[in-house]
Design a protein around this ligand. Structure first.
Ligand code: NCD
Length: 312
């Protein structure tokens, strides 16, 4: 049985097949509408979410399956003190696959050890967010036509942003990638990513505070929100929350075919007038997320692709 806990749980070849399947779904969604008939997805979300939960639900419904879950943590038995291990044993009796978001790093991994059904990590604390990464990869690939030979700028909260950690880990496996890490000193990428990923693999990277200076060299600009909920005190958050705001003036410094990504939700780090710039790809990411999650559910459940013969 397969789980998706860490983005590296899938080999580069498996990610390629997943993205190819997501592309086939995007070009003919109706062909997939009964693929998961009678299958059930449980959503166990112990942290706030709009996109991730609803896109998982939309994905399962688009495949003809069913979804079950609870609206928020305080109405689940976790609030009575139930352990993750017990919860997942129980959910294994109700559903065929589960997507879990938890504030504790490692909670989905722990759940997978006790689960009888595939577990998908839908975000664990400030750690990883592998399904957002698959969405980011699909968007980068469809915008740029490749996942190699790219200069990728990541900007904002690189310390607590789990989408950043997962994206760096995964893109670090692609050829000729350069990272420009744009953040205030306090929100730098954690040392373990620098040492165990970038330096261990000899990947070119530069840390900087200046978004303006970096703009001209970027193929991808990945903006992020300052992660308020992971700060220990409000003063630090207030001091850092406006560190970077992407405006159309800054966009004027960028390459004509650069793509701006953002996992969303946006607070104020991208000015609204950037939305009309053709290089803004963040709402496309939201759409791609549904196709990627459809492809992932199919892959983890071992469901037949009705269009497999035509493509790949
Ligand atoms: C992200 C998350 O939850 O980590 N949101 C998402 O799933 N698209 C990013 C964020 O909350 O800033």
């Amino acid at each position: 049985m397969r789980h998706l806990i860490d983005p590296l749980d899938f080999s580069p070849e498996e990610i390629d097949s997943l993205l190819n399947l997501a592309d086939r779904i995007r070009s003919d969604p109706a062909a997939y509408q009964d693929v998961a008939a009678h299958k059930k997805l449980a959503t166990l979300f112990y942290e706030p979410s709009t996109r991730t939960r609803l896109s998982f639900e939309a994905a399962m419904l688009n495949l003809g399956g069913h979804v079950l879950g609870f609206p928020s943590e305080n109405v689940s038995s976790a609030s009575k003190g139930e352990s993750v291990a017990d919860t997942i044993r129980v959910i294994s009796c109700y559903a065929d696959i589960v997507a879990m978001r938890h504030s504790k790093e490692g909670a989905p991994l722990r759940a997978s050890r006790y689960s009888r059904i595939p577990v998908i990590n839908a975000g664990d604390g400030g750690h990883q967010h592998p399904t957002q990464t698959m969405t980011d990869l699909m968007t980068i690939r469809s915008r740029m036509g490749r996942l190699d030979n790219l200069t990728i700028g990541l900007c904002g909260d690189l310390k607590f942003g789990r989408t950043v950690h997962s994206l760096i880990k995964t893109m670090a496996r692609c050829k000729n990638i350069r990272f420009v890490l744009i953040s205030p000193e306090e929100l730098r990428v954690p040392d373990y990513i620098i040492k165990d990923v970038l330096e261990a693999k000899g990947i070119e990277y530069r840390e900087t505070r200046s978004l303006e200076e970096s703009m001209p060299e970027l193929d991808i600009l990945y903006m992020t929100r300052v992660q308020k909920e992971r700060f220990f005190n409000e003063e630090d958050y207030i001091r850092l929350k406006n560190s970077y705001i992407l405006t159309s003036e800054k966009m004027a410094l960028a390459k004509e075919n650069m793509a701006v990504l953002h996992p969303l939700p946006r607070v104020n780090e991208i000015a609204l007038d950037v939305d009309d710039d053709p290089r803004a790809a963040y709402f496309e990411q939201v759409q791609n997320a549904v196709y990627v999650r459809m492809a992932l559910i199919m892959t983890l459940l071992g469901l037949q692709d009705p269009k497999a013969k035509e493509g790949n």
